[in-house]
Each structure stands twice: as C-alpha cells, then as structure tokens.
Ligand binder design. Structure first.
Ligand code: UDP
Length: 339
C-alpha cells in the first residue's frame, strides 16, 4: 500500500525536520516545502524537499496536483519574539499573509486536515499560574499576535470551507533527535538552551541573562521546556485523528513545569561539566516573567504521553547534538541534501 503523503511546510526547520523523521517512522511520506531562509537542506532526510515559499501559490498548486497530499503540517513561521518586536512587518507578512496563501491553496485543492504550530505566546499574563487552553488570549508581542490571528482564521475557515485544524500551542521547544541525526541550528540563535550550550563549547564568551528583577523565585524568567520529539508525537496523534475524520481543536504542549534561566544554566553546567560564564544584562523586549502550560487536555483528548519530562534529559539530547555538530548543519548544507 502506498504511504500517505503529508505536506510539511517548514520541514527543513528545527521542529519540522524532527516531525519528518517521526512521520517516516510511522509509515508516512513527508513532502517538505521550505524556502531555506531558516531551514537547512541537510535536515531534510526523510522525503523530498521542494524549495519554495508558502506565499507562492504556483508552487503550492504544483505540490497539491503532483502529490496525493492527505494533510498539511504548518511549521513555516518566523519565531523570534524580540525580532518580531523590532520588525513586525516581517512577521505579519510571513506568518499571517503567507499562511492565507497556503489556506487558499488547501481550500482550492480540497485538502482539509491541518496541524498548525501555534504558541503559548498567544496567551495574556497568567499571573504565575499554569495556563489552560481557556485562558484569555491577549498576546503581548507581534509574534504572539501572528499566531493568534492564524488560530482565529482557522476557526473561520473551518466554519466556511470545512478546513479541519488542530492548533498546537507549544511552550518552549528544546532538545534534539535522540539518534543525533538532527538538532537545533538557528542563525542567529536566540534561544536559551542552544546559546548556553554554544557557550559551553567556547563558541560564545558568556551567556547574557536578560533580567534578574522579574517576580520569580530567583528573578529570572520561568519557561516550560518541552522536547521536540514529544512535540512530534503530539502532531502525529492529532494528524491521525484528523485523517480519521475527527474534529479539530486547540491544545497546549508543555511539561507543566517551569525552570528559571538560572536553573537551566545550573543544570547545563552539571551536564556539560563546563563553567559556562554568564552576565546579567537588561531585560529583553517582549519577555514575560512566566509561561507554564497545563497540558492535560492534549493527554486526555489526543492520548499524548510526553517521554522527555525531565529537563536534564532535554538538555542532554541537545548537548549530544551540539557536541557532535558544533557547526550545526553548516558543512552538510554545502554538500547538498543528506540521506
Ligand atoms: N534568555 C536569556 N539569554 C539568552 C536567551 C534567552 O536570558 O541568551 C532568556 C529569555 O529572556 C527568556 C528565556 O531565556 O526568559 C527563554 O528564552 P527563549 O528565547 O529560549 O524562548 P522564548 O520564551 O522567548 O520563546
């Protein structure tokens, strides 16, 4: 029997490439569409890569007619909160306007199931509590607003055109493929764990800790780190439900537990055995003190069972990747697609 073909937009990126690996293991054929602005050619190892943009209707039409696409997983977005504050146009153009183009093409070609990478950045201030899906959505940054706008569009497109969408609101994606074949490689890197590990490798002089006067247990921001493989598991479960004709929905994906910047740094020092120098600096624009997810809904409705619940296991898989690939995908990207 032919494998179901799934379009993974942003499949060359960090979470998208882990998703392609997971899909392949589960018997699907991931078809990656990626403009390689953030993604890596060498991260596409489990199916074909079409180099192009989700804002390009012609390329979408070619894919939807050339392949028998059963559903779409949408990871193609810019993801830096501080960059979205400095350059909101870039975020609205790509994350919102280009998504409209993708949705138009899906409607035109009769492809209804969609899993959308949303974010906990869509929520308003939780006042220190774990966020449930019913918490008011009042995003504090342009990045969060782009994700919230798409979620609302998906509701409207569901009612009007039958698009069936699951929006997955990630907390802080982290870690790497336990087999070590792919990992996190953003350029520039802005995320905490890879920056800490690059400092451990001596690629950076020190870690900048952005603010120590937040109302948290040690003054640094608290985040809920969730392993990228556990995110992939949740997407797969949501996809199976949609392909079986099930309804869409909105789900938090996190571990339900928060760690401060200093706590993550301490754990990383133990795991790497390195000093990892750090300096306190000014707060970073757009940061909120605390983001922790209550994720029971994904567990009860999707049957999600995260496996990397321990922050040490998350940091360890990331460290294994960074240590083995200190330059990320740089060398392999030059040599063309791997695998
Ligand atoms: N952070 C930091 N130094 C860095 C990068 C991040 O102190 O070099 C902090 C950041 O201010 C936030 C937390 O680490 O409080 C997580 O940031 P990240 O960019 O990884 O994810 P975000 O929560 O912004 O999506």
């Amino acid at each position: 029997m032919a494998e179901d073909e799934i379009l993974v937009v942003g499949g060359a990126g960090y979470i998208g490439s882990h998703m392609c690996k997971y899909l392949r293991r589960r018997g699907y054929r991931p078809i990656t569409l990626d403009n390689l602005v953030c993604g890596h050619r060498a991260a596409v190892q489990w199916g074909p890569l079409i180099e192009g943009d989700i804002g390009d209707r012609a390329v979408l039409d070619r894919i939807f007619t050339g392949y028998d696409i059963k559903g779409v997983l949408h990871f193609a977005a810019y993801t830096s909160v501080p960059e979205s504050v400095a350059d909101p146009l870039k975020y609205y153009r790509n994350n919102v306007a280009s998504t409209v183009c993708l949705l138009q093409a899906m409607v035109a070609h009769g492809v209804r199931p969609l899993i959308f990478s949303s974010s906990c950045a869509t929520y308003g201030d939780a006042g220190g509590k774990a966020l449930t899906e019913t918490h008011p959505q009042q995003p504090a940054t342009p990045y969060g607003r782009t994700k919230w706008m798409v979620e609302q569009m998906l509701d409207d497109f569901g009612a009007a055109y039958g698009i069936r969408a699951v929006s997955l609101r990630y907390f802080n994606a982290a870690g790497a493929d336990p087999d070590g074949r792919i990992g996190e490689d953003h350029r520039p890197e802005t995320h905490l764990i890879p920056i800490i590990l690059q400092t451990a490798l001596g690629q950076r002089e020190f870690l900048s800790i952005y603010g120590e006067d937040y109302p948290t247990r040690d003054g640094t921001c608290v985040r809920d780190y969730i392993h990228v493989e556990d995110l992939a598991q949740a997407h797969h479960l949501a996809l199976v439900r949609l392909l079986d004709g099930g309804a869409g929905g909105k789900y938090n994906l996190g571990n339900g537990d928060g760690f401060t910047v200093r706590e993550v740094l301490d754990r990383a020092r133990k795991i790497t055995g390195e000093t990892i120098p750090a300096r306190i600096e000014a707060r970073r624009p757009g940061d909120v003190p605390m983001l922790i997810g209550a994720c029971e809904k994904a567990m009860s409705e999707l049957g999600w069972r995260p496996e990397f619940c321990d922050i040490d296991a998350i940091i360890q898989t990331a460290w294994d990747w960074h240590r083995r690939h200190p330059d990320g995908f740089a060398d392999r990207d030059k040599g063309g697609a791997a695998g």
